[in-house]
Design a protein around this ligand. Structure first.
Ligand code: F6P
Length: 364
């Protein structure tokens, strides 16, 4: 009988519990294995006693399909190879994590994480000879070798819903509404939600913008008789002169991070340059929590089952993924090689331009 470990790592998102449920269902009831849930990602393996417990049939509850976040807890503040100490220095604690894994007497490990966590845990797996399978999750949808990751659809839903809420108030008050969205260095959430929510302007890090072009687009709308506008800004967009405004994101031990710098900047510049009344909304972690959308529940469930099957087949160092309407698996190396950002020449950008949406590089 096998005993497998399961952990969630990095920023949470909707659908993690659905994946966990699927892993348990397949491993325990399909193969008769024991599943050990490790608390707070690699941090749980660093602690003594190791923070972990065997999952039981409560993990089969359909409540987990509906529950956002991760019941295992997660962390993104502790790269074990470069663990931050209170005095600002860093130490290598990778051997402690590997030793923690050994203490649990596991035969293999399933990690649910983004590309950053995958790279770190893959390195740990190589160092400690740990059979590893990865499941991709991130609202940013920037993991390579898979078309989608757990959490993206729910984040897009939250962002679209925000635009649905902003449009009527924008129209009532004749305002330009600026909505700042997450996505790290990728503009996927902004692009998808912008199209779905009827944005007039979408600013993403992959397409450099000019404030003059943004304002020209807004003036054009006004001339056509439109009394409001919706402007979506991805968090990693820089100022026109190339400065990063939003705080460095992720991994903040003991720090409060403030988002909204770039949204505020764009809102203020639009007001200054056009005289429009602008209001800025920063959606922030609302995109991460919430009830998972059906698509996230479905891919999380399919990913969980396939990940366990890979272990049964002894096919390690692989990540499950979704490509061409199918669950697939690929070498983890392919997934972490390069972040998957928006293709500025891709079909969705073309579609958005066709709809009259401006990316601030020209008026569409
Ligand atoms: O990677 C997911 C993500 O939500 C990014 O979109 C965002 O920049 C970051 O994590 C936020 O991290 P934290 O929760 O540490 O503030």
């Amino acid at each position: 009988m096998k005993r497998i470990g399961l952990l969630t790592s990095g920023g949470d998102c909707a659908g993690l519990n659905a994946a966990l449920r699927a892993v348990y269902a397949r491993a325990h009831h399909g193969y008769g294995w024991t599943v050990v849930g490790i608390r707070n990602g690699t941090a749980g393996l660093m602690e003594r006693p190791v923070q972990a417990e065997e999952l039981d049939d409560r993990a089969l509850s359909s409540d987990l399909l509906r529950l956002g976040g991760t019941i295992l807890g997660t962390t993104n503040k502790g790269n074990p190879f470069k663990f931050p100490m209170e005095d600002g220095s860093f130490v290598d604690r990778s051997n402690e994590v590997i030793e923690g894994y050994r203490k649990l007497n596991l035969d293999a490990l399933i990690m649910i994480g983004g590309d950053g966590s995958m790279a770190i845990i893959r390195k740990l797996a190589k160092q400690g000879n740990i059979p590893l399978v990865a499941i991709p999750k991130t609202i940013d949808n920037d993991i390579g070798a898979t078309e989608t990751s757990i959490g993206f659809e729910t984040a897009v839903q939250a962002a679209t819903s925000a635009l649905d809420h902003l449009q009527p108030t924008a129209a009532s008050h004749s305002r330009v509404m600026v909505l700042e969205l997450m996505g790290r260095d990728a503009g996927h959430i902004a692009l998808w939600a912008g199209i779905a929510g009827g944005a007039d302007v979408i600013l993403i890090p992959e397409i450099p913008y000019k404030l003059s072009a943004v304002c020209e687009k807004l003036e054009q709308l006004k001339k056509r008789g439109r009394n409001f506008a919706l402007v979506v800004v991805a968090e990693s967009v820089k100022t026109e002169t190339g400065e990063a405004v939003t705080a460095v994101h992720g991994g903040g031990a003991g720090a409060t991070r403030t988002y909204g710098g770039i949204g505020q900047y764009i809102g203020e510049e639009i007001a200054r340059l056009t005289g429009a009344e602008t209001r800025v909304t920063v959606l922030g972690h609302v995109q991460r929590g919430g009830t998972p959308e059906p698509g996230d529940r479905v891919i999380a469930s399919a990913f969980g089952v396939h990940a366990v099957d890979l272990i049964a087949e002894k096919r390690y160092d692989r990540m499950v993924g979704w490509n061409n309407r199918r669950v697939v698996d690929v070498p983890i190396e392919d997934a972490i090689r390069a972040a998957q950002t928006v293709d500025p020449q891709g079909e969705l950008v073309t579609a958005a331009r066709g709809l009259g949406i401006s990316f601030g590089d020209s008026i569409a």
